[in-house]
Design a protein around this ligand. Structure first.
Ligand code: C5P
Length: 298
């Protein structure tokens, strides 16, 4: 099969949230085994990638994401260029709309988008299963975001996934505090709160529970809520206020700091936004995605 080789592609890098998240235990490597339900959100960054003669350039608009070489999109581009024999370089432009250090998978989604975009410039030389392999090396959220699935149960380090058909798209309110939470710090706090060797117990997940947002809400919360709210009492107070707006589901997303509320209707969501106000935090209105993530477009 031959593939067209575009010189420039654009791709939306959608945010994720975790509808439940259990940290199963600390492994000898220091990493943690997870079990989580990922959902894709409409909120997205935008990545454009252009072929250049050699090297990698990255310009970021809309947020301070730190040194370019550490950016996950940069590292993803390098992984694909290395795997395809460095036949060309890329000039990337990233427009950030997903808040950073918020647990919304922004950096990971940029990486997933960069894997697909640079591979598209290489005529899709790298097969999909190898793209997912590269994704897993970049972080625990990247395989889900590279898979395109709108809803998936994931485990291990996020490299094991079970696609779940999503319920109809639900309106979402994201509550984004003025401070971020560092993921390694959140794992450290969680470990401190657990006895050494403590396990997460036995569970049987019932497929029927995944059919509605209410059923998903009853599957439980996020293990980071106790340690992160313990360290940031203002975030706990905000979470309690979010719960009082009667969402279908309210959670800390990932290791925070963003909170996610899912609502029955846009009207309920907008009423919740009015109740919460925007004094010490930002509110973003979005929705869960019912369709798979888009592929790169020329
Ligand atoms: O996957 P991500 O890049 O978000 O990971 C950031 C940090 O969080 C890791 O360097 C590690 O300290 C911790 N982590 C972990 N177990 C995981 C994922 C992340 O301990 N499954």
């Amino acid at each position: 099969m031959t593939h067209a080789m575009p010189d420039r592609v654009a791709i939306a890098a959608h945010a994720k949230a975790n509808l439940f998240l259990r940290v199963l235990g600390r492994e000898t490597s220091g990493y943690h085994g997870l079990e989580t339900l990922f959902v894709l959100l409409e909120l997205a960054d935008e990545l454009t990638v252009e072929r250049s003669a050699a090297g990698i350039e990255l310009a970021v608009d809309g947020a301070d994401t730190g040194p370019v070489e550490d950016n996950l999109a940069y590292r993803a581009a390098r992984a694909v260029l290395d795997a395809t024999g460095q036949r060309f370089g890329v000039r990337m432009r990233l427009v950030k709309r997903i808040p950073v250090s918020a647990g919304l998978g922004g950096g990971s989604s940029d990486a997933a988008a960069a894997l697909h975009a640079v591979n598209a410039l290489a005529g899709s030389a790298i097969p999909r299963n190898e793209i997912l392999q590269l994704a897993a090396r970049l972080g625990s959220d990247v395989p889900f975001l590279a898979s395109g699935a709108p809803l998936a149960l994931a485990w291990g380090h996020g490299e094991r996934m079970f696609r779940v058909p999503p319920p109809a798209a639900a309106p979402v309110l994201l509550v984004v505090p003025s401070f971020g939470v560092s993921t390694p710090k959140a794992y450290e706090l969680l470990d401190q709160g657990r006895a050494a060797g403590q396990t997460r117990g036995t569970v049987v997940l019932d497929a029927d529970a995944f059919g509605t947002w209410g059923g998903i809400a009853r599957l439980g919360g996020n293990d980071f809520e106790i340690p992160v709210f313990g360290k940031e009492p203002a975030l706990r107070a905000l979470y309690e206020k979010l719960c009082a707006t009667r969402p279908l589901l309210a959670r800390l997303s990932g290791s925070g700091s963003a909170l996610i509320g899912l609502y029955r209707s846009e009207r309920d969501r907008d009423a919740a936004a009015l109740e919460l106000g925007e004094r010490d935090h930002r509110l973003l209105r979005t929705a869960t995605r019912a369709a798979p993530a888009p592929a790169p477009a020329a």
